[in-house]
Write a protein that binds this ligand. Sequence first.
Ligand SMILES: Nc1ncnc2c1ncn2[C@@H]1O[C@H](COP(=O)(O)OP(=O)(O)O)[C@@H](O)[C@H]1O
Ligand SMILES: [Mg+2]
Length: 445
Amino acid sequence: MVELLQSQGNRYKVSNILNYNNNISNLAGQQHFNNGIENKKILQTNNDQRITTTTAPKNKPNKVNKSGFVVYEEANFYISSRYHILKMLGKGSYGIVCSALDLTNRDNPVPIAIKKVTNIFTKDILLKRAVRELKLMRFFKGHKNIVNLYELDIVYCIPYDGLYCFQELADYDLARVIHSSAQFSEFHIKNFLYQILCGVKYIHSADVIHRDLKPGNILINHQGNLKICDFGLARGISPKFMKSKPNSITNYVATRWYRAPELILSRKKYSKAIDMWAVGCIFAELYARRALFMGSDIIHQATEILKVLGTPNRKIISSYGTSIAMELLNPPNPQYRPIPWNEILPYASNLALDLLGKLLCWDVLERYDVTQSIEHPFLIDIRDALDEPVCLAPFDFSFENTAITLNDYKILIHEEVESFKIERFGNSYKEQLHKGGNLVSSNQQ
Ligand SMILES: Nc1ncnc2c1ncn2[C@@H]1O[C@H](COP(=O)(O)OP(=O)(O)O)[C@@H](O)[C@H]1O
Ligand SMILES: [Mg+2]
């Protein structure tokens, strides 16, 4: 049976994403957008369609060694025997994510996700990414819409080497839900959007930009709780810690389909508005059930945006100041008229379309920021303004000014894991350090 989202009263609940037969008339236009994506379904339409449906590694560990660690060959994991690997959830260019059980309390095993970030000791870009991700996950720990970090480890021995992040386990990511045949109403979309915005509000309040918001980086569980994950591309932008390093901050490649037009066409690259563009793309995708702008390269990406938003005005074109913008946006290249949002998403309400238009607009200064978006009337009936925390201080990224060499970053990551453990396990970890049982370096071989 296909999983569907269920609402209860005014409060949002997805207690049973399965078996929901509510009226979905406001999604009537969905078929139009589903055309052509049938064969791209990621979720199976049976009861066992969690995120955990991807290939399972052989989950038989080798013998436990003297330090109490085991090897899982297929995933190349070397972890404490208190974890039992269940399945591989995802394998990307930066690492592998598996679901597992934490058997610390054998009577009450806790399901977790283990993300292993690989190649960090050979590729400095990956090491920097890992340090950043780690620091940010620690900084944002505890917010209900940001994935929670339970434990960390570094393993040095090849081929198991990498940073192991033990996180709370989610049932799906939003990409899987969007591209499944699960049906949801505007009420669910509203709740998804609100939770994404609460997470983004927290992130932006620390003067951090996520820079890779997309459905695959938003996790969701059966209760309908959304969590933003994957801070590998995130950056701090607080002027307080900014030393002029413009090249390193501009030099990144976020997922193209969610990339703001100014990222493609201008030189001004790092503002919180790029996350708001991505939120707009995700919002539209929740209705359309396919990405809104699916460019196969950056010119195609910009053209897809042009076809919907229409050609921007002269002021915006000249503000970009790049030859690619001049060529693409001016005649003899075609000049486009905007398509009204209600023609693109005919089944979305006027309020939803109004907010969408405020997020997906050319002008960065006009684009709604996270506070304006949360305050938009579309969200008024589900908003809990008293439960939208912000960070009290900006994220300190000054380590990026001082850490230069690969070795600096190796030391940083080691220190980061140690201080996480001290913070988490307090005196018991410190005692272990004194006895020479350093939990981190015990894995070094
Ligand atoms: N805590 C988690 N629970 C469930 N699935 C997860 C979790 N973390 C990651 N995943 C899955 O693994 C995929 C890759 O994880 P992510 O942190 O985005 O790493 P990457 O840097 O490789 O993109 C996600 O898109 C999601 O499907
Ligand atoms: Mg990711």
